[in-house]
Ligand binder design. Structure first.
Ligand code: FES
Length: 63
């Protein structure tokens, strides 16, 4: 599912960024080699970060 339309970022990409240490939306953008533009996705990205922080083992990614 796309969470950032400006940068075509999916929830999977955001979760990968968070798993790699991103703790703020700007960290996610940096991990994905892009930058925030309209800001609409900020709350959604923050929600994913908080969700993963609350349940760290549930979002393990398979490499
Ligand atoms: S939807 Fe993410 S910056 Fe616009």
């Amino acid at each position: 599912m796309y969470v950032c339309l400006c940068n075509a970022l999916t929830d999977g990409q955001v979760k990968d960024a968070v798993a790699a240490g991103a703790r703020k939306p700007r960290d996610v953008y940096a991990h994905c080699n892009c930058a925030g533009q309209c800001g609409t996705c900020g709350r959604t990205i923050l929600g994913l970060i908080r969700e993963m922080a609350a349940e760290p083992g549930r979002h393990a990614t398979v490499q």
